[in-house]
Design a protein around this ligand. Structure first.
Ligand code: NDP
Length: 323
């Protein structure tokens, strides 16, 4: 489409509620920047907005991250100029154009092209916050990682391994297990049955120091049962549905366990914290510690097909939508 367009929802529901509509991008106001988007990253949270699991006001344009080329800057903007490549987190990025505040725009290093940035910004910052902010991972830690070859997982596994952690991954198929090993997992459990028993076998009965669990409903109890005394249950996603309530007594029973439910946005509220996380992320990309693995590319007009793909659990790496 040549005219600016976006994906708009007027009701919650299946992928079919994602409609393509023309729109007039907002002119950048004071301190704002208008970007011609190169790509929008697809994240599982977009499906929660679509289904209503996380309520939003209608009409609604999904999308939490994007990247592209600055087209126009508003009054008072001196740090960016038309032609600069930027990436950002922001609401409503399923669109050909995006207008947002300059203090949330990250200038991209030459080594990180916009499509790759859109693929990894939110997922990579999530991996950063899990490994550095929520609980600092230590060399010698053993970490259990669910969905190790997914959007977040495929960044979390090599990053944790590069910091000296032993990664035990859990995934659904042999094919994904192969990929998890290539990413740096030392051991891979295939299938969701009996995970904690297998973890005990792999750790001489001790259990893991930390479990990074994005699967949620069907994995939470296995994660808790896989922990060592005073281990950390980091439950950060709901790919299989929201986690059932866990009483404090369950943490006592496991031996003084720690449970946390982190949300990336709590850790990047100030421009300084966003830049701190992004700097480490871009350095890890430049060093090759982690890679922008774009497993799927969809035209933005096929956003509904992209949602079907990620919800089917068949995607690997990141998925990007190209306007
Ligand atoms: P993924 O690419 O990881 O896709 C989800 C994966 O979960 C699947 O590939 C599959 O991996 C596994 N899975 C297990 N059961 C199911 C199921 N019933 N349906 C679908 N998938 C299932 O997605 P993302 O990397 O985008 O996100 C992962 C999770 O992390 C999401 O829940 C997301 O909301 C959360 N998240 C949380 C953030 C936060 O701030 N707390 C920030 C970013 C993401 P496998 O086959 O290997 O088991």
């Amino acid at each position: 489409m040549t005219h600016p367009y976006r994906i708009q929802m007027h009701e919650t529901g299946g992928p079919e509620v994602l409609k393509v509509e023309q729109f007039e991008p907002r002119k950048p106001g004071e301190g704002e920047v208008l970007v011609r988007q190169s790509a929008s990253g697809l994240n599982f949270i977009d499906t929660y907005h679509r289904t209503g699991l996380y309520p939003v006001r209608m009409p609604f344009t999904p999308g939490q991250e994007g990247a592209g080329i600055v087209q126009e800057v508003g009054e008072g903007v001196t740090s960016l100029k038309p032609g600069d490549a930027v990436a950002y987190l922001g609401a409503g990025t399923y669109a050909s154009h995006f207008t947002g505040p300059v203090e949330r725009m990250l200038a991209l290093p030459a080594e990180v092209p916009p499509q790759e940035a859109a693929a990894v910004l939110l997922k990579g910052l999530t991996a950063w916050c899990l490994l550095f902010e929520v609980r600092a991972i230590q060399a010698g830690d053993t970490a259990l990682v669910w969905a190790p070859v997914g959007g977040v997982g495929s960044l979390l596994v090599p990053w944790a391994a590069s910091l000296g952690a032993r990664v035990i991954a859990v995934t659904s198929t042999e094919e994904k297990a192969e990929k998890a090993r290539a990413l740096g997992a030392s051991d891979v459990i295939v299938g969701y049955e009996g995970v904690s028993r297998k973890v005990r076998d792999l750790t001489d009965g001790r259990g893991v120091d930390v479990a990074y669990d994005s699967v949620g409903k069907i994995s939470a109890e296995e994660s808790l049962s896989s922990l060592r005394t005073a281990g950390w249950f980091v439950t950060y996603g709901n790919a299989s549905g929201p986690v059932d309530p866990i009483p404090p007594g369950r943490l006592a029973q496991g031996g003084s366990l720690v449970m946390t439910r982190p949300v990336l946005f709590s850790f990047i509220q100030t421009p300084e914290s966003l830049v701190r996380g992004a700097s480490l992320l871009f350095s890890a990309l430049k060093l090759g510690t982690i890679k922008a693995d774009i497993g799927q590319r969809f035209p933005l007009t096929d956003a509904a097909k992209a949602h079907e793909a990620i919800e089917s659990g068949k995607t690997t790496g990141a998925t990007v939508l190209i306007p």
